[in-house]
Design a protein around this ligand. Structure first.
Ligand code: ZN
Ligand code: ZN
Length: 119
């Protein structure tokens, strides 16, 4: 997984908050491709599983979403694998910065779609 995530880690490094752990989002129904909705100004995101319609609130950030953007890949493919990365405060598990990365299963492009300072 480390190699796949390199572009995400590069982004986090440039941002100055290195990610301590990444987790891939897997729906309880077993699916791993989602529709991603986010607000990059306010910092929040959620995604929806197209198979079972379950909504996943990413790090309880959905309440912060004001102007919703549907994130799609630059190739226009609409479903993404979702990786959630967090940097934590030293010696804690308390998140400081949250990154939401998406990987396109069609063209292979991976990138951070939204990130925010945890409130
Ligand atoms: Zn599902
Ligand atoms: Zn793509």
């Amino acid at each position: 997984m480390a190699d796949i995530l390199k572009p995400l880690n590069d982004y986090a490094t440039r941002n100055g908050e290195v990610v301590d752990c990444w987790e891939q989002l897997i729906c309880p129904c077993g699916d791993s491709l989602f529709q991603l909705y986010s607000d990059d100004n306010e910092g929040g995101a959620y995604c929806v599983c197209p198979r079972c319609r379950t909504e996943h609130d990413i790090e309880n950030s959905r309440n912060y979403v004001v102007s919703l953007v549907r994130n799609v890949c630059s190739c226009n493919f609409e479903l993404l694998e979702i990786y959630v990365g967090k940097s934590v405060y030293p010696d804690t598990t308390e998140p400081k910065w949250v990154y939401v990365g998406g990987a396109c299963p069609r063209c292979g492009v991976i990138g951070v779609y939204v990130d925010w300072h945890e409130r």
